[in-house]
Write a protein that binds this ligand. Structure first.
Ligand code: B12
Ligand code: SF4
Length: 503
């Protein structure tokens, strides 16, 4: 019986000049790769399954493309995973490359395919996944063994109603050492009950808060420890809306898990001092929180009225009291913002004094309600999906020209970190990170987007012939429409009780 060889590949992206981004050192390992690898059984229908996984951001030569060449001794499946909108062009190029080189089965999944209409590219020998892996991955593996994939998976149901107790097997420490931040991602809880119109999380993970058993999360954490890795990022968007968070944190303390972790929270954490105290005791070192703006009118426009700028100082105080670093995430270039408004925002953030800050340019991300609105109003001028990466201007801004907005992004980040470097950091690691962020901004790089030490090998045009041959499309795809939810998903996403425990 033929063996099934699965290659999981997280595609990189094309830069503004068409070069494919590759880095000698990545920012942090990709969580989707280990997540889907952990959902893959060792055997299927009696045949052995082997899994290779590739993060293209850190491939500095082309050897990995050999995995995208078919061979007659095995059944091969290439899965392009965690594909975001700005990585989608690269994903279809890799899919086309693999098909042209004889790989029988190719699928594309992740945020873009889940939230955007990809039907233009369907039925061309590459399959698209519109749902969470938990719902369809086993079916895909079976179909690959049977000889034929379906063109589309998960059309009727995007989200699993409950999550299985999957234990994650993270990559070994040596692999993680290739990244600037040696931290692996685990996804203990997913879903966000809010309705911010610029956010694709509520379309990717949905509004229902879902999670596996605490025991399975603890087992995943123990695997991380066994692999000699010290840091975890809980990739969940609102860890503070996890009704069983206290149970998990207490179990981590009880089991003496020594991992330090980074988590994300919404601003309502300010009302949860007990949770912060518990987080700190369980090993939390940094909290990423989307403050976005200090302007109430702008927050209202974003449908993010649960953010109360007057509480931001209290969030920092809570962080300082519990010894957890505050990482404030900010959006600049909001529709009514002027250049002076961007500078005022920066000054407001510096005055508040979070340890870390990230700045993003407002981009209507495909799949979101804001994108739909902006498209309907004819406000989006950018047509190349590669640019929808939250560091590039994409819509007509009333007050700030695109080049100036792009400059402002790096200017505010540089100024923030120039100021942060004046602080006296007790922790050497955080000091190094602050230096790195300032260096990234001065080199016009976003510290989170990819890595350091860029390696230039190949460009979009090197793959264009494959793309046009397989998909019969032009150099740029038309901007996609949003993929609307099925009736049952709409129903599932409507009423949210995030306080409900599993048992
Ligand atoms: C963690 C995270 C990061 C981390 C880690 C990145 C990394 N190296 O992995 C950091 C902070 C570095 C980061 C950076 C960026 N991020 Co980010 N990030 C996230 C976050 C919070 C979680 C992603 C994650 O790891 N989830 C856990 C894994 C297991 O889930 P998953 O990938 O969604 O996969 C599930 C399904 O999508 C599906 N699936 C996925 N692939 C496949 C494939 C197959 C075959 C199948 C069957 C199923 C399947 O099944 C999986 C399990 O259910 C998401 C928000 C979110 N909740 O989705 C944003 C998000 C993905 N990021 C986003 C963006 C824009 C960025 C940046 C461009 C920001 C920037 N300018 O710097 C960069 C790009 C970095 C990069 N190189 O990819 C956007 C993408 C928007 C879009 N629609 O394209 C998101 C959705 C946030 C948002 N609010 O909109 N990010
Ligand atoms: S609170 Fe955060 S994750 Fe939730 S919808 Fe708003 S921006 Fe998205």
């Amino acid at each position: 019986m033929k063996k099934l060889e699965v290659t999981l590949l997280k595609p990189s992206k094309y830069r503004l000049d068409g070069m494919l981004e590759r880095f000698e050192s990545g920012f942090m390992p990709n969580a989707t790769l280990s997540h889907i690898a952990s959902l893959t059984p060792a055997k299927i229908k009696g045949a052995q399954v082997s899994v290779h996984y590739v993060d293209e951001y850190v491939q500095t030569d082309l050897e990995y493309l050999n995995l995208l060449h078919g061979d007659t001794d095995t059944i091969q499946l290439l899965a392009l995973v965690g594909v975001q909108s700005h990585q989608f062009h690269r994903a279809i190029d890799l899919a086309a490359y693999a098909r042209k080189h004889g790989v029988q089965h190719v699928v594309i999944g992740g945020p873009h395919a889940m939230t955007c209409d990809t039907s233009l590219l369907h039925n061309r020998g590459v399959s698209f996944v519109l749902a969470e892996a938990e719902l369809v991955w086993m079916q895909i593996l079976h179909d690959a063994m049977e000889g034929e994939l379906q063109p589309v998976y998960g059309r009727e149901q995007r989200w699993a109603q409950t999550l299985d107790n999957v234990v994650i097997q993270p990559p070994p420490a040596a692999e993680v050492g290739r990244y600037w931040v040696p931290m692996v991602g685990l996804y203990p809880v997913r879903g966000c009950p809010f309705v911010c119109n610029f956010c694709s999380v509520i379309k990717i993970a949905g509004r229902q808060v879902r999670f596996p058993s605490i025991d399975s999360i603890i087992e995943s954490l123990k695997n991380v420890e066994r692999n000699g890795i010290e840091y975890v990022m809980f990739t969940s968007d609102n860890f503070n809306k996890f009704p069983e968070a206290p149970d998990l944190l207490e179990a981590m303390i009880r089991e003496k898990i020594k991992i330090k972790f980074f988590f994300q929270s919404d601003t309502q954490i300010v009302r949860q001092p007990e949770l912060m105290e518990l987080l700190s005791r369980a090993g939390a070192v940094e909290m990423f929180v989307g403050v976005e703006s200090l302007d109430k009118a702008a927050l209202k426009q974003m449908h993010k009225m649960h953010n109360k700028p007057e509480s931001y100082g209290d969030i920092i105080r809570l962080c300082n009291e519990t010894g957890i670093r505050a990482h404030f995430s900010n959006i600049i270039g909001l529709p009514d913002q002027t250049e002076q408004g961007v500078h005022d925002h920066l000054q407001g953030i510096i005055d508040l004094g979070p340890d870390i800050a990230s700045f993003y340019i407002m981009t209507p991300i495909p799949g979101t309600e804001q994108y739909k609105d902006f498209r309907q109003q004819g406000l989006i001028y950018e047509t190349n999906l590669d640019r929808f990466d939250t560091t590039t201007p994409t819509f007509y801004h009333e007050h700030i020209a695109p080049d100036r907005l792009q400059d402002l992004l790096y200017e505010v980040a540089w100024k923030f970190y120039r100021n942060a470097m004046r602080k006296d950091y007790a922790d050497e690691q955080i000091r190094r990170f602050v230096i790195f962020c300032r260096w990234a901004a001065s080199n016009r790089m976003h510290h989170m987007s990819g890595g350091t030490r860029l390696v230039s090998i190949d460009r979009a045009e090197d793959y264009f012939a494959y793309r046009s041959d397989v998909f019969d499309v032009g150099r740029e795809l038309p901007l996609p429409d949003n993929l609307e939810l099925s009736q049952s998903d709409t129903q599932f996403n409507r009423v949210v009780d995030w306080k409900k425990k599993r048992t």
